[in-house]
Design a protein around this ligand. Structure first.
Ligand code: F6R
Length: 365
C-alpha cells in the first residue's frame, strides 16, 4: 500500500500535487469562488470583523499563513493561537467573530474544546479538517474538507498542503465578500493556486540531489536554525517542526530579523542555518540576515527561487523552487523542507512514519 515508495511519508509528499488539485475542485462555479459548506450567508460573512485561527502543531503553522492572507486581502484582523492556549484565556469574542479551527484528524482534544468554548461565547466556527464526519466537522457551523485522503505517516505533510490551500480559498472568499478583491482578481489568484500543483511536481522531479546534499550538511549537527521573513518565517516554523519530530535533531525557527536579538549567539562554524529566501518584498532583508550568519561560519542552506544565481554567493547549498507569488509560496516552499527532514531522519536511522513519543491523533489534553 506504499505504492512503491519506501515509506508512507514519501508517498504522501508525492501526493501533494493531487491534493492541491482536489482541494480546488468545485470551488469556482460560474466564475465565482464558492464554498457553500461554510454554513453562513454572504451577509453573515460580510459582518465578520475578527478572525481567530486555532489549531495545534502543523495545523497551527497553516494558521500562521492564513493570518497573513486574511489580513492582506480581506483586511480583517486575524490572530492565530494554539488551541491549548486559546481555550484557557478569555479571548474577545462577539457574534461577528469567526473562529477557524484547523485539524487534520478532526479530533484533537484541545482544538475541539476550543471550538465548543467559542460557540458558547457566540462565535461562528468553521472547521477545516481532513476527516469527513469527524468531531471538528460535526461541531462547527461549517466545514471545508482538505481532500488529502487518509494520512498514515504521523508527521503531517499532504494534509498541511490541503490546509494551506483551503485557508487560502477562505481568505479569498472573505476578501471578495468584503469587496477588497474583485471577482476578476479572485479568479486570477485562484488559477495561480492551481499552478502550484505543477510547481510542486517540478520540485519533486528536480531537487532530489540538492536536498540530499543539504541533508548531508545537517545530519551530524546538534541543532539547526530555520529562518525566514513573512511567509518565509511561517514556512521555517513548519520546516523546523518536521525536522525535530522525525529526525530528533533539535531545530528552532526564527523570524530572520529576530536573529540578532539572541539566536545568532548560537552560530559557530558549521552550524546549519536553513533559510527560506524566495523572491518576495523582504528578500533583500533576509539575505542580509544570512550574511550575518555566514560571517560567523554558519553552514547555509537556502530554499530560493529559480533564476536566483546570486544566492550561491552566501549559500553552501541551494534548493530551487519555481517562481511563485509570495502569497502562494508556502504551498511550494514547504515541500523541500519536508523532503529535507525525511532525508535527515533516514540518514539518522529513524523510523520516519512512526516517530517515537508521537501519535497521529491527540485525543488527550
Ligand atoms: C506534525 C503533526 C502534529 C499535528 C498536531 C495537530 O507533523 O502532525 O503537530 O499537526 O498534532 O493535529 P490535527 O491537525 O489532527 O489536529
Amino acid at each position: 500500500e506504499k505504492g512503491g515508495y519506501p515509506d508512507f511519508m514519501m508517498k504522501e509528499i508525492f501526493e501533494q500535487p493531487r491534493v492541491v488539485r482536489d482541494t480546488l475542485v468545485g470551488r469556482m462555479v460560474g466564475g465565482e469562488l464558492s464554498i457553500d459548506e461554510l454554513g453562513l450567508t454572504m451577509e453573515e460573512l460580510n459582518l465578520i470583523d475578527r478572525v481567530y485561527v486555532i489549531a495545534c502543531g502543523t495545523s497551527y503553522h497553516a494558521g500562521l499563513i492564513a493570518k497573513n492572507l486574511i489580513e492582506a486581502w480581506a483586511r480583517i484582523p486575524c490572530e492565530v493561537e494554539a488551541a491549548s492556549e486559546f481555550r484557557y484565556r478569555n479571548p474577545i469574542i462577539t457574534p461577528s467573530t469567526l473562529v477557524v479551527a484547523v485539524s487534520q484528524s478532526g479530533e484533537t482534544a484541545d482544538t475541539l474544546a476550543a471550538i465548543r468554548d467559542a460557540r458558547i461565547k457566540g462565535a461562528k466556527v468553521f472547521g477545516i479538517t481532513n476527516v469527513v464526519g469527524s468531531p471538528v466537522a460535526r461541531e462547527s457551523d461549517g466545514v471545508i474538507y482538505t481532500k488529502a485522503n487518509k494520512e498514515i505517516a504521523v508527521a503531517s505533510t499532504k494534509s498541511f498542503i490541503g490546509q494551506v490551500v483551503s485557508l487560502t480559498l477562505l481568505a479569498l472568499l472573505l476578501a471578495q465578500v468584503k469587496g477588497k478583491l474583485t471577482t476578476g482578481q479572485v479568479r486570477m489568484l485562484f488559477r495561480e493556486i492551481g499552478d502550484t500543483a505543477e510547481q510542486i511536481q517540478h520540485i519533486l522531479d528536480t531537487q532530489e540531489q540538492a536536498i540530499h546534499e543539504a541533508a548531508c550538511a545537517c545530519v551530524d549537527a546538534q541543532s539547526a536554525l530555520f529562518v525566514g521573513r513573512g511567509m518565509g518565517a511561517a514556512i521555517a516554523h513548519e520546516g523546523a517542526l518536521k525536522l525535530k519530530e522525525i529526525s530528533y535533531l533539535h531545530a528552532e525557527a526564527y523570524a530572520a530579523g529576530e536573529m540578532k536579538h539572541g539566536p545568532i549567539a548560537l552560530i559557530d562554524p558549521g552550524f546549519p542555518v536553513i533559510a527560506v529566501a524566495t523572491r518576495s518584498p523582504v528578500y533583500d532583508k533576509t539575505v542580509s540576515n544570512l550574511k550575518e550568519c555566514e560571517a560567523r561560519g554558519a553552514k547555509i542552506i537556502v530554499v530560493a527561487t529559480e533564476g536566483d544565481a546570486d544566492i550561491t554567493e552566501i549559500a553552501d547549498h541551494v534548493i530551487y523552487i519555481p517562481v511563485v507569488r509570495d502569497a502562494f509560496s508556502p504551498i511550494t516552499a514547504t515541500v523541500p523542507l519536508q523532503l529535507l527532514a525525511r532525508e535527515v531522519a533516514i540518514m539518522r536511522g529513524c523510523d520516519v512514519d512512526q516517530p517515537r513519543n508521537l501519535a497521529k491523533s491527540v485525543t488527550v489534553e
